[in-house]
Every structure is written in C-alpha cells, then in structure tokens.
Design a protein around this ligand. Structure first.
Ligand SMILES: [Zn+2]
Length: 1108
C-alpha cells in the first residue's frame, strides 16, 4: 500500500521519526504491535497530552500539512478518528493555562476552523469539551488583535453548525461581541470584518438569536453597514464582505421577525436600489443573486386577490349537502395534497421513500380476479358487446342499416332541442352587417338556443365557412355547433371558443423548444419586487372576473386594456388584473367543488396592439417545478390567422419561467403559489386569440369526432359502434366505442373468428388537464378506422373497446385534475362509488363482465399526460420487478410471471419516435394501488395493463429531440401504439403482401430481451433549474475552500506578524500556496496510509507509549 523504498514519499515511519525527534522521545525504532493502532491516533493523542510547545506545534504542523495536501477525505478520516475532540481538548487546555500562548493557540484555532467546518458534529463536540465559551472568551480578550480575533471568529462560526451552540453563544452575549467587529466600510483588518460577518450570520441560524438581533436593532445596523460598504467600496475590492453581510440578512430572514424587521427598516427598497446599481456594473454578479433572493424572501405574503379559495363553480352532489365540499378545506389547510397519480408532482420523494412505497406483499402483487360486486349485476353490460350478438344480415343484403348504434340522433344537430340559456351581454351576431364580419365580431359563437337567433346564427356560420371555409379532416364546424348544444356544463356555457368550433390543423413547421434567456427569472422577480417598492406605478385594475357578471372594465372604459374571456367549454381563467400597461396577473379557477388543483388554463384574449410584448403571469400555479422551465411554451390560436387559412394552435411566448411567488391561498400562509410568466407579442391588431396550457380537446370535440369517424368508415368492413357506457353526474354521456373488422361473410367460421378475437381496452382523459391524452387517443381512433393494411389486420385480430373520455364533466368545466366530486377519478378504482364516480364504476364493471365471459382483455391502456417529463413512456405492472426493486427478501425464482408485459414497449421503442423505453417502468407502488393500471392488472387479471404518459413538452431523444410535440406527433403516438399491438398476434394474423410491405418493422421482431433497464418513475429527468425556483432555502454560500483560504491568509498575512517570525524560525517556507504553519518535509500522501495494518510494519512497536 505504501512504499518504504521510494524516497520523497511520506511514510508512517518517517512521520513518527520526525515527531519522535521533535519530541525528544526514545530513539529506538517504533514497532507495531496492535493491529488497530494507527499513526493518526498517536498524533492526536500526543497533541492532547504533549507538554511542550515545540512538539505540539510540530504535530499541528504535520496535521495541517497532511490535511491540506489532499482532498476532504483526509479530514473526514481524521474526524472519524476523534480529530475534532483532540483539537478541542488541546485548545481548552492551552487556553486555560495561566498565560495563554498564542504561538500554539493561533495554529490550533486555524486547524480547528478547517476541521470543524467539515465536521457536522463540531458544535456539539465543542459544547461537550466546554470549548464554546473558551473561544468566546478568547475573542473578548483579543477583540483588538485582528489576527487572533479572526481565528476565534472562524471557530465560532463553525461551532454554530449546531443551533444549540449558537443559542449558547447568544445567551452569553456572543452577538454583541461579534457584531462590534462587523464594521462599516474600512480598509483595515478586512479579513476580520469578513470573519465577523460570517460568524454573525452563523449565529443567526438560531431563531432565538434572530429575535435578539432584531430586538437590539442589529438588522437596521446591518442594512446601514451594507449600504455603507455599497457606497464606499467603489473599487469593488470587498465583494466577499458585502456578500457576507447579505448572508447575515438571509439568515435573519429565515424568521418572520427577521423578515418583518428588514421590511420595516426599508430593507427591500435599499436592496432594490443597491441591486439596481449592481446590475449596471460589471463584477457585481455575485451580489445580485443573493440580494434578489433576499428580497423574494422578505416580500410579504399576500393572499390571492379573490374573495374565496373556492372554485367559482359548485355542483350539488348526490347524497351530499350542497356546501359539503367546504370540509375539504380542512383537509387542504396548511399543505397542498400530493395529487400525483402517475405524474410526480410537488415534492419529489427521494429514492428511499420511493422504495418504501413499493408493494412487497406478494398477495397484493398476485393477480386475483374477484369481482367487487355480485355477478348478477354484470348482466347489464351485455349490450356493450354488440359485435358478439350482431347477426350481420347487412353483409348479405348489402344494406347499411345500423340499428344498434344508439347515439345517432345528435347527428341531426337538432338545435331546437336545447332550452334557452343566458346569452351574455354582447349583441347577437345575427344583427351584424355582413361587411362588419371582422374577426372581433365573431369570436363568440352563440349557440343558437333561441329560435329567433337561429337563422341569423346559421347564416353567419354559412357565410363564414363560405368565405374562409376550412377543410380539417374529421371536423365539421356545423356539426360541432350542433353537438355542443347537447353538452351540459355547470355554468351553462352558451358560447363556443373559436378554435374548437373552427378546428385545428398542426402547423407545417416543427417547433423547437424555447431557449431560456439568461437570468430571465431574475429579471421577472426584480419586476415583481418593483411592485412593492414603487406601488404607485402599479395599475392593479381588474379587467376580468368570472364571479362578477358586470366587469368593471368595459372596452369603452379602458380601450388600452386587453380583454379576457373564459366562459366556454374547457375554459379556465377566473380573474385577470392589469398590473402595468402591458402586464397582467391571471388567476386560475380551482376544480369544481374544490379549492385546489390549478394548472390547466384556456382563455380568450382580445383588444391587443400588434408588435407589443404583453407579459402574462399566472400567479396561482401549484406544482414545484414545470416543463416551462425546460423549453416548453404555452399554445396560442389566432382567429385572424385561422381565417387567413392558418387554423393552427402554435407554441408561443418568450421570457418564460416558473418560480415560487409571494402569493398564498386565502386559507393560510403555509403554502404558497408559483408564477408561470410568459410574454406574447401578437401579430395582428385587435385580433382575437386563445391561450392554453396545451392543445385543447373538448368533450364536444370528441363527440363530434366520433360522429365523423362513424360516418367515415365503410360499414361493410368496419364494425364501429358508439354507445353510452353511462351518464356522468352532470348528465353527459360517457361514450364507449367498439371497433373491429366485420366478418367477411355470415358463415359460421367467420362469425366464430370474430367472436374469438381478443379484446383490447383503451381509456383516456381521466385527468381533464391532460388534453395530450385525447390527441393521442384521436390518433389511435383514426388509425383503427383507416384503410391502412396494419389497421385492417388489427381489426381482424382484435375487438377494440375504447372509452375516450373517462371524465367528461371535468373536461367540460375546465377542471385540471378531478371530476365534479373534487376527487381524482384515477384514485377511485379500488372501490368506485356508482353514484359519485359512475364512469369508473361502469368501466370496471364492464371489465369484470369481459372477465366473467372469459374474454379478459389482452391489453389495457389508460392514456395520460405527464407534466414533468419529456417523451412518451409506459408504466406497467410486474410482480418480480417490484420485489427486486424493493429489495424484498422473497425469493422470486419460484414465482411465475409472463415476461410478455414488456413486448409492447420493446416494439414502441423501435417504431415510435417519441417513445422512450428507458423511461418505462413496471413497478407497483402502494400509493398507486387505486389507479386504473394497478387495479385492472390485479383485479381483472390483465397482464399488459398500462398507463401511457405523454409529455406536454417534447422529446430529448430520437428524431424529435429538442422539439416540442404538436398534435401531429401526439396523434402519431396513438397510431404507433395501436400498431405495436400487432406484434402480440404475429402468429395468428393473416399475412398478405400489403401488410408485409407496410409493416416490416412490426413483423420483423425478435423476442430477444433488449438490454433496457426500467427506471424509477420518480426520477426527475430534468437537471436542477439554472435559477432557484424556491427562495426559502439558505445554504451557506461560502465553501470550505473559501474558509481554508481565509485561514491560510491569516498566517502569512503581513498585516500584523508578531508571531510570524517565531513560526518561521523552525525552517524554510515552501513556495507552495498550501504551506501552512511551519515547514515540513512531507509529500502528498493519503492520511489513510498513516493507519498501519498488522504485519506491514515489521518490528515497529508503538504500543509502549513511545510517543506519549
Ligand atoms: Zn394523469
């Protein structure tokens, strides 16, 4: 391990010899007897017991040199061997002697500072050794001696790593002693001033000390001192001192009294002004960041400018008192719930938590199909398998009669069926002259609810379509309008959002992720602070309020303000407040009947001036981080552009960032919100635009789409049925779609083949804010209805049962997460309530039914959106992988598990560019026990039960790397997912030349396990954000190395050298910056080599106390 023969290499023998000679000890060669004895222990023991100065000095020197020569590992080794205690004892012994000898004390203090800084227990150890007040006493005695004072201050600072030590110092007037040395601007004893500021900051880790500091006026003094340094440190030589002063205030601001004091003393204004100067000067970067974080921290918390945290919408629930959901507030009070499902939200659990979450109970990991209801109740689902009972008479007659479809009436779009609902305050469009058909006139499409208005409305739509007519596949504005009449919303919407009405086509160009400008968050936060500092500049005018039917701001009253609107299907914006001429604070509405869940937004904005950047701040976001910090942009739809032939949702916005703000819910200050800010420059004057979190996809869009699809398929070939699974709480239909191939004839053989096709069950949009899931499902539906040869094969191979929207009410009412019950429907699968969660209850019932007739689905997949990760990936369920990952002692060899659950992901890895195999995982978490994926796997016994997560942002791999996903890519993913299913049936499908030509990638698969590893789903793909999203943390900005350098400087300083001559007397000083106390002859070698193992040092015996 170490070499005796190489000269120049430090060896244990050499060290001891050196020490031995220094201590005038025995001349004999030391011998090693006890295996565990180490040279280090001997040095430490000698240090505590050595009587003479010279030997102590030399040991200190040896130690210091050893420790400074390498990495921190050495110091940690020394700490583990009792190094801190030895130094503390030596210090106490020396300091208590009749005349303290600073020749020893100074290097001791220096070494203690360095070691203590790396010893988390140093504070407690110092208390135990009675060293705390000894050092404080030394500081008192040496306040006028800058070098000694600095050494004491460093040691006190490291002692304060323990709050109780800081408290002890505070009780003994330590704050006063130290603060005396925190001087206003000076050119002398700078090292000591900085050490005092650092020590003062360290003592403020204690709340008691913070209160004392406030009571004694030290906060005001600190601000004055900071200002003085700011004004006089013109040559910028003392930035570290200024930073240290900021750090003191940061520490003080960890307590509310500290924050209040900083605000009361005008601290925010002072920091704002000084920081403004810093921003304009080069070299002051390092002051800007802490100053801004400090201002954020002190910016007093303000409840959202709302009258209540509750959603603007409430809905009476069956069997619950009307205002029962108030009770939820108690639950939510104080902390935001963890509303994660397959997404990870808010706080990321660390790995250990995650592993604790893994299910390790084998009984719970074993699929056990056992209905949660009596078998006789399953009979009600018979009609949902029309393909099994259909006689296909039309195959022979050639007729297209299709009586089993029970949802055809709406195709007629009978507008007169709907009862009139409020029309809002705008003039009817039928009154408009044709030549007034400008964008702003028809942005609000009234449903023709009154007979009177119908003619005018229809003719306007006709004129529009004639003039600008779009051609969007599977979309028809007229049908959309007709379908919308049957959509039931809590608020009774009567207006259509233009994009949903008109339709969307993905833009031609792919859209790269947005580049984050440097320091964008700093700039935004600075502007936010400015509101507090210069309140007179803030307009603070409510320009839109959903609760207030008569907006204070009519277009005539303030023509320069933007206008907002959100009362349409899937819309979400509760309030808009103009804060500056081109800046608006936007507040999102909570989910219906709830007071939380804010993320989804979708609103209309108009009245803009082209070419002007408008800043939008959504100020009540909930999540701890967002893809908006990693290149994602919101989406925008311009009516003007649409009418000019570009009906696109496009990614938009610059200067985007996401950070914690100073707003809190009305119910309490314990939780706070995050701001999503983005700037939009509109292309047209007076356009009508829509902004959304992600590409909207409404319930009416789905219903329209299903009707279009049904019309599009050839009923001789494609069996397509849309049926009502059940009604939702609000009375909307939850659709179930069946797609399969019609048999080629009514021959028994063909009917038999059909009736034996395995089922694939697909569901989506249980979470209303995850509109991406709907676009993926749209891709699946369209592909399955297409004439593509793979689609034909899929229809021949499977019966698809698709529930495209599990939460219609949530989608319609602009919810982000829940249904009308304010509950996450993807947490209801274990025991769904038939009255409160009917869509889940009946989906599960239908799955049980399939299971009961021996038709357990081959595949189940629930489509979701993921807000924190890029790419698309699957979560599945594997008993073995879960047990392995959890470190369970259960022997998995005897457990049988079909590895087929991995096949789909392997196929997607090859064929779907947005798909990321490495993000997939097959672990069963306890916290997910009530999700669709886990329940369908365990209770229904579906081996391939998945959640498919699609990013809101884009990809970081494959051909889409660096691009944001559009609806085209999402739809493609849905298509690829369907295609991948073919690989499960390779042995039974009918091969034809068209298929072979079209799908080589699908057919040419081998079953070799790819060398992919499934990942922990809680792993955050993203690196930490380049700017601090939070501001509450206050880590010591000064690293150990900085302290080391300061300590080292104290030795070689020319400021005052009464000791230097003596120190240098023993030898020459190396020209090495690492040189410390005294010269020495040691070379770089690891401390560990000081530990002697038995047998490696023959004949060396130190057990006889040779050095002691
Ligand atoms: Zn979800």
């Amino acid at each position: 391990m170490y070499n005796y023969s190489k000269l120049g290499h430090f060896t244990w023998t050499a060290t001891l010899r050196e020490c031995g000679s220094l201590t005038n000890g025995a001349r004999s060669r030391p011998t090693m007897a006890t295996p565990s004895s180490g040279g280090l222990e001997i040095l430490l023991s000698t240090l505590q017991n050595a009587g003479d100065i010279e030997s102590m000095l030399n040991i200190l020197n040896v130690l210091d040199e050893l420790l400074s020569a390498g990495t921190d590992r050495r110091i940690h080794h020394m700490i583990s061997k009792g190094g801190s205690e030895a130094l503390l004892m030596a210090l106490v012994n020396s300091a208590r002697s009749f005349t303290p000898n600073y020749t020893i004390l100074l290097p001791l203090l220096h070494l203690l500072a360095k070691v203590g800084h790396r010893d988390r227990q140093i504070g407690l150890k110092a208390q135990k050794a009675d060293a705390v007040l000894v050092v404080l006493g030394l500081l008192r005695q040496n306040a006028m001696n800058a070098r000694r004072a600095a050494a004491c201050l460093w040691v006190l600072r490291v002692f304060c790593s323990s709050v109780t030590t800081a408290d002890l110092l505070g009780k003994n007037r330590g704050l006063d002693v130290v603060f005396k040395l925190v001087s206003p601007h000076t050119t002398k004893n700078l090292r000591t001033v900085k050490a005092a500021a650092d020590a003062f900051a360290a003592m403020l880790c204690s709340k008691v000390n913070c209160r004392t500091a406030v009571a004694k006026g030290y906060i005001a003094d600190l601000l004055k001192v900071y200002e003085d340094w700011h004004n006089n440190d013109t040559n910028l030589k003392n930035i570290p001192i200024r930073r240290a002063l900021l750090h003191c205030m940061h520490r003080a601001a960890n307590s509310s009294v500290g924050r209040d004091a900083i605000v009361a003393e005008g601290g925010i204004s002072l920091l704002f002004q000084t920081t403004q100067t810093c921003l304009s000067m080069k070299g002051l970067e390092s002051l800007v960041e802490p100053a801004i974080q400090l201002m954020r921290k002190c910016n007093p918390k303000v409840p959202l400018p709302l009258t209540s945290d509750k959603s603007a919408y409430s809905f009476p629930l069956p069997g619950r008192p009307v205002d029962d959901w108030d009770a939820d507030l108690v639950l939510y009070d104080g902390s935001l719930e963890d509303d994660s499902d397959e997404d990870t939200e808010n706080e990321e659990p660390d790995n250990r938590d995650y592993e604790d979450d893994l299910e390790t109970d084998v009984n719970k990991l074993r699929p056990r199909p056992e209905p949660d209801r009596p078998l006789e109740q399953l009979g009600q689902y018979v009609h949902l398998c029309p393909e099994l009972h259909h006689d296909f008479q039309d195959l022979d007659s050639g007729s297209e009669v299709d009586e089993s479809s029970d949802d055809d009436s709406a195709l007629e779009g009978d507008l007169n069926n709907k009862t009139p609902s409020e029309q809002g305050g705008s003039p009817s469009l039928s009154d408009q002259e044709e030549n007034h058909l400008q964008t702003s006139d028809f942005h609000k499409h009234y449903l023709s609810c009154s007979r009177k208005g119908q003619e005018g409305h229809s003719s306007m739509v006709d004129r529009l379509l004639e003039k600008y007519g779009t051609c969007i596949p599977n979309h028809d504005p007229r049908l959309y309008t007709a379908t919308a009449a049957n959509t039931k919303s809590v608020a009774g919407y009567s207006i259509l959002a233009f994009p949903d009405f008109w339709g969307h086509l993905p833009p031609q160009e792919q859209e790269p992720m947005a580049k984050r400008p440097p320091h964008v968050q700093r700039k935004k936060v600075f502007e936010d602070i400015q509101r507090l500092v210069c309140p007179e500049d803030i307009i603070n005018k409510v320009v839109f309020d959903m609760d207030d039917p008569s907006p204070q701001c009519s277009p005539d009253m303030c023509p320069s303000s933007l206008r907002f609107f959100s009362k349409f299907e899937s819309g979400n914006l509760q309030k808009a407040i103009q804060v500056r001429s081109h800046e608006y604070d936007l507040i999102l509405n909570a989910d219906v009947n709830s007071s939380t869940h804010y993320q989804w937004f979708y609103f209309e904005v108009s009245g803009m001036v082209a070419g002007v950047p408008y800043r939008f701040n959504i100020i009540n976001c909930e999540k701890g981080n967002s893809q908006y910090n990693y290149g994602m942009q919101p989406v925008l739809y311009s009516v003007r552009e649409a009418l000019e032939g570009r009906p696109h949702w496009v990614r938009t916005g610059s200067e985007i960032c996401y950070y914690r703000n100073h707003f809190c819910p009305r119910r309490g200050q314990k939780c706070s919100f995050y701001t999503l800010t983005f700037t939009v420059t509109f292309h047209h004057d007076d356009d009508v635009c829509y902004l959304a979190y992600h590409y909207p996809y409404t319930y009416t869009t789905l219903q329209t789409h299903l009707k279009m699809l049904e019309k599009s398929v050839d009923p001789q070939k494609v069996f397509f049925r849309q049926q009502n699974l059940c009604d939702t709480l609000a009375g909307n239909s939850c659709s179930l779609v069946t797609i399969t191939a019609c048999p080629t004839s009514r021959a028994w053989k063909h009917l038999h083949q059909l009736r034996n096709r395995p089922c694939v069950v697909l569901t989506a949009r249980v979470h209303p804010g995850e509109s991406n899931a709907s676009w993926v499902l749209k891709g699946t539906l369209e592909f399955l209805c297409s004439s593509d040869p793979v689609a034909e094969s899929l229809r021949e191979a499977y019966i698809f049962k698709i529930i495209p929207m599990l939460n219609p009410d949530g989608v319609i009412n602009g919810n982000n997460r829940c249904s009308l019950t304010a509950e996450d429907l993807n947490r209801q699968w274990l025991k769904p309530d038939p009255n409160l969660s009917p869509t889940i209850y009946h989906t599960k019932g239908f799955l049980y039914y399939l299971n009961s007739i021996g038709r357990t689905p081959l595949v189940f997949c629930d489509y979701h959106g993921h807000s924190r990760k890029k790419n698309v990936f699957l979560y599945g369920c594997s008993m073995k992988e879960t047990l392995w990952q959890s470190g369970s002692p259960i022997n998995t060899v005897s457990l049988k598990e079909d590895p087929g659950y991995r096949t789909i992901a392997k196929t997607l890895d090859r064929i779907a560019p947005a798909f990321s195999f490495n993000s997939c995982n097959y672990l069963v978490e306890k916290s997910r026990a009530s999700t669709a994926r886990v329940v369908v796997w365990r209770e229904i016994g579906v081996l391939r039960s998945y959640t498919m997560e699609s990013t809101y942002n884009g990809c970081n791999q494959g051909i889409y790397k660096g691009l944001q996903t559009g609806t085209r890519e999402l739809e493609e993913m849905g298509m690829k997912f369907s295609q991948s299913l073919l690989t499960l049936r390779r042995n039974s499908i009918h091969y034809n030349s068209r298929l072979i030509q079209h799908a080589p990638a699908l057919l040419d698969l081998d079953d070799r396990l790819l060398d992919h590893k499934s990942n922990n789903c809680f792993e955050d793909d993203e690196p930490p954000c380049m700017e601090e999203i939070e501001y509450s943390s206050c880590s010591d900005p000064f690293g150990a190395n900085e302290l080391d350098m300061e300590v080292n400087g104290n030795t070689s300083s020319a400021e005052e050298d009464e000791d230097d001559a003596e120190v240098c007397r023993t030898g020459r000083r190396r020209n090495d910056s690492k040189s410390r106390l005294v010269p020495h002859y040691l070379q770089q070698d690891s401390l560990e080599s000081l530990t002697i193992k038995s047998g490696q040092c023959n004949g060396i015996d130190i057990s006889n106390g040779y050095l002691c």
